[in-house]
Write a protein that binds this ligand. Structure first.
Ligand code: ZN
Length: 410
């Protein structure tokens, strides 16, 4: 039987578990050791460590303490791994706990985290998604059901001391260009809520003061939120420290490209089954700076889409130069406008784009001045016909159900 090398208790705080950490730092001790060729299971908290409840009140999303995230399981040490190697990780499977067959999607308040469309959805909202085997549906977003493309939103190896310094330096420089911005331009080290695994005392304090936050993806992978990094995929991670130190968490039952709602996908607690191997000196051999991966042989089969185009002209009509971020935002807003015609509220439509197996593509980046991005909405996830036709849109919903909203406090 495959051994579970990191266990969690959903009823206790992740801060009480020494195999959990919420910052990146090379001094965090290994939580467990394995050998190349080993396979093993690891249990993971949801990314907030249990701050969000399965209920119909979005106050917990509004009041979430984002300095605590992400709670990661690890680091797992791999015997023989050295800086410059590639750590080969087969994601053999990912699953839910029987006592926790649900996940959440939320939009953070603009004042506390924000999101891709925060100017359009400035207040906290939350939807709960029930997990039935490989499928999910939500009492807050009727009319859609789909198969999960289950994946870890966050996985990567510990940075070296030099790499950590580089991260902190460049992110602080960006932050300081506009320190009062809401939401902030970057998340800087913050010791008060740092959980450094087994580290205690002065060693912990020193590491916590400079430990990198887990929010951005970086050279090591980390919080990439790539929906296709799913069970069945094979990932090649750069190694920066002795024993590699692989950590992961932020499991997603399903997510649309871009994780546009930021909180984010369908967020869940669960377990992940991995196998590790090494390619000695692989970073140099293959010229690898960021991870590479091979996709799963198994993906939900949605092959009919409505594809929404967006260009780099913003909501005010201002022309931007080849800005893919703005172009994708326009594609998303165009999809929301369309779904609204079927009776969805704008929040429900946004939740669908954040959670369903939606594809995002950078379609053109050379045709000055407009970038073109496309959002691919799978049509078969809907219980009704979402195609355009001469009879006009089916009024599937009447507005009596919505995604719960928690108004900002003054
Ligand atoms: Zn997530």
């Amino acid at each position: 039987m495959t051994e579970t090398i990191i266990k969690i208790d959903l009823n206790s705080s992740p801060y009480d578990n020494e195999s959990i950490h919420n910052r990146w730092h090379p001094d965090i001790p290994m939580a467990a050791m394995v050998k190349p060729g080993d396979d093993f299971k690891i249990e993971c908290y949801d990314w907030t460590g249990g701050q969000i409840a399965n209920d119909d009140d979005a106050a917990d999303v509004r009041d979430v303490d984002l300095s605590q995230v992400h709670f990661l399981s690890g680091p797992v040490g791999v015997e023989g791994a050295e800086p410059g190697d590639l750590l080969v990780v087969d994601i053999l499977d990912i699953g839910t706990f029987d006592e926790s067959l649900w996940g959440f999607n939320g939009f953070f308040s603009k004042k506390n985290g924000g999101g891709f469309l925060t100017e359009h959805f400035p207040e906290a909202q939350k939807s709960i998604w029930d997990i039935n085997g490989m499928f999910t549906k939500s009492r807050h977003v009727p009319g859609v059901e789909y198969a999960g493309l289950i994946h870890p939103g966050l996985i990567g190896c510990l940075p070296s001391k030099e790499m950590l310094e580089e991260w902190n330096t460049r992110e602080k420089a960006l932050y300081e260009t506009e320190p009062d911005r809401v939401p902030a331009l970057a998340t800087l080290p913050y010791a008060d809520t740092a959980h450094m695994g087994k580290l205690q005392g002065e060693e912990k304090a020193a590491a916590a003061a400079e430990g990198a936050r887990t929010v951005p993806p970086r050279e090591h992978g980390g919080n990439c939120d790539i929906k296709d990094l799913s069970r069945g995929s094979k990932v090649y991670f750069p190694v920066y420290v002795k024993d590699a130190g692989l950590s992961m968490g932020d499991l997603h039952f399903s997510q649309g490209d871009g994780e546009i709602t930021f909180c984010g996908a369908i967020e869940m607690a669960g377990w992940i089954h991995l196998r590790v191997n090494l390619i000695k000196g692989g970073m140099e051999k293959y010229g690898i700076k960021n991870p590479i991966f091979k996709p799963s042989p198994i993906t939900p089969k949605y092959d009919d889409y409505l594809i929404f185009e967006g260009i780099s002209v913003d909501e005010q009509g201002t022309q931007h130069y080849l800005d893919v971020h703005i172009a994708y935002r326009q594609a998303c807003l165009n999809a929301i406008n369309y779904l609204e015609k079927f009776g969805y509220t704008r929040a429900q439509a946004y939740a669908i784009l954040g959670t369903a197996p939606v594809q995002g593509h950078i379609s053109g980046v050379v045709d000055i001045p407009n970038a073109c991005a496309t959002l691919w909405l799978p049509t078969d996830i809907f219980e009704f016909d979402v195609q355009p036709g001469s009879d006009g849109p089916t009024q599937y919903l009447d507005g009596s159900i919505d995604v719960p909203l928690a108004p900002d406090k003054d």
